[in-house]
Design a protein around this ligand. Structure first.
Ligand code: SAH
Length: 188
């Protein structure tokens, strides 16, 4: 079933972002990224909302997320899809997010420690892919792991990036659409 935008917005208003932060908890309501250690940040909240809405998730979808980070974006994806597969390259962040999201009751998430540029081949194809760190160019393996009629959102560029929507049609043809300008930490 297609997800109603209003449901995502009401979850956004309800979800306590401070649960995903350790320092700066008192700033959780401020719409800005904040450090979560290891040179990484929890994404700006309005951008998490924007990306979740524009990913066009369905309750039957299998979703791949690259860059678990704090798990804040993961919560939205797991809430509104069937299964979430999330990959994080920094071990302490991977461990903390796993513990945090499990404690919150999410039971439809699989976690992986590794380089997300390679995707998660054993679990592919994915209906939706979201990358929450900036890529110099779009990893070919992620495009390959996108299902027909799939959609991917990825920030592409150097210091500032362009959010790029990648879609695959029923015959496997790829198209790219440039969207808003954003600023994410770099994909390692
Ligand atoms: N949506 C997350 C964003 C975290 S920042 C949040 O709101 O918390 C981006 C994350 O991507 C960081 O945790 C970083 O460690 C991770 N990352 C960077 N390069 C990666 C890679 N190649 N594979 C997997 N994760 C990566």
């Amino acid at each position: 079933m297609k997800i109603d935008k209003e449901d995502i917005i009401s979850y956004y208003n309800k979800l306590d972002r401070s649960l995903f932060m350790e320092e700066n908890k008192m700033y959780a309501h401020v719409d800005s990224p904040f450090p979560i250690g290891y040179g990484q940040t929890i994404s700006q909240s309005s951008l998490v909302l924007y990306m979740t809405i524009n990913l066009d998730i369905d309750s039957e979808h299998k979703v791949l997320e690259i860059g678990t980070g704090s798990g804040y974006q993961s919560a939205f994806l797991a809430k509104f899809s069937k299964e979430l597969y999330t990959v994080e390259i920094i071990e302490p962040l991977y461990l903390k997010a796993k513990k945090r999201l499990s404690a919150m009751g999410f039971d439809n998430i699989e976690y992986k420690l590794g380089n997300g540029s390679f995707g998660w081949i054993e679990k592919s194809p994915f209906d939706r892919i979201i990358v929450t760190a900036a890529a110099g160019n779009i990893p070919e393996m992620l495009i390959e792991q996108l299902a027909p009629l799939g959609k991917m959102i990825i920030p592409v560029g150097e210091i500032w990036q362009r959010l790029v929507f990648v879609t695959k049609d029923i015959d496997g043809r790829i198209s790219y659409q440039n969207d808003i300008s954003v600023r994410f930490v770099k994909l390692v």
